[in-house]
Design a protein around this ligand. Structure first.
Ligand code: THU
Length: 159
């Protein structure tokens, strides 16, 4: 038997420790929870990503009575960016969520499907994406999706 460990590095920042650009992104993700369409879960997720050209692209979850048709906040932002700026790498992605009681106390990491899409976006542009998970107790930051999705299925996996 062999064993190996997968270790992820996660930094937790105070809001005041972030750069102006990062604060702008976190603010936008929080604001986008107000645009969320979540009549079924009442769980309102906002996302905002920054492209290399500096543009900020927002997103939020959009639910549907046929639940698999729902799209998460992260993918809504990434796909919107891909549609509007197909050549621009994504460099940062902020995520925030709240329920009816307010913003979450713990970070809300992206779901498995979103992690896979973030991974493909990193590979597509050969650009790591800094992910900022904003919650009331701090901003949890990883430098790449590798920290959240360590064993990966990618195009090369099929070769
Ligand atoms: N949701 C997101 O928007 N992002 C995630 O990473 C987790 C889940 C949304 C989907 C659905 O509208 C609601 O949260 C409850 O699952």
């Amino acid at each position: 038997m062999k064993e190996y460990q997968v270790v992820s590095n996660i930094r937790v920042y105070e809001y005041t420790e972030l750069t102006d650009e990062e604060r702008e992104l976190v603010d936008k993700a929080r604001e986008m929870t107000r645009h969320s369409y979540a009549p079924y879960s009442h769980f309102y997720v906002g996302a905002a990503l920054r492209l290399r050209n500096g543009k900020v692209i927002p997103g939020c979850n959009q639910e549907n009575a046929a639940s698999p048709s729902t799209i998460c906040a992260e993918r809504s932002a990434i796909f919107a960016a891909g549609a509007q700026y197909p050549q621009e790498p994504v460099v940062q992605l902020a995520i925030a969520a709240r329920n009816e009681k307010g913003f979450m106390q713990a970070p809300i990491p992206p779901c498995g499907a979103c992690r896979q899409v973030i991974l493909e976006t990193e590979h597509r542009f050969k650009q790591p994406i800094r992910i900022l998970l904003a919650c009331e107790t701090g901003i949890h930051v990883v430098e790449t999706i590798n920290a959240l999705l360590p064993l990966q299925f990618v195009e090369e996996s099929m070769e």
